[in-house]
Design a binder for this molecule. Structure first.
Ligand SMILES: [Zn+2]
Length: 69
């Protein structure tokens, strides 16, 4: 008796729930599209925040030092 080919299950990085790690899961290692988008959104916004040197109303900071991170 052979065990049925079970889809490998991993932990979803976004919600920590079980995620099917197989070609059937287009969002692996995430469990669903929502989790994937959520994770990417967080990453993107963080990256955007760091990469964007523009400050709202940055006119006043014109005379200030430029590389001020
Ligand atoms: Zn998830």
């Amino acid at each position: 008796m052979t065990t049925t080919a079970k889809p490998r299950t991993v932990r979803c990085p976004a919600c920590g729930g079980p995620s099917e790690y197989s070609p059937a899961n287009a969002w692996r290692p995430f469990c669903c599209e929502r989790c994937k988008n959520h994770d990417f959104g967080a990453w993107a916004s963080e990256s955007y925040r760091v990469a964007d040197p523009a400050v709202p109303g940055g006119d006043a900071a014109e005379g200030d030092t430029l590389p001020r991170h």
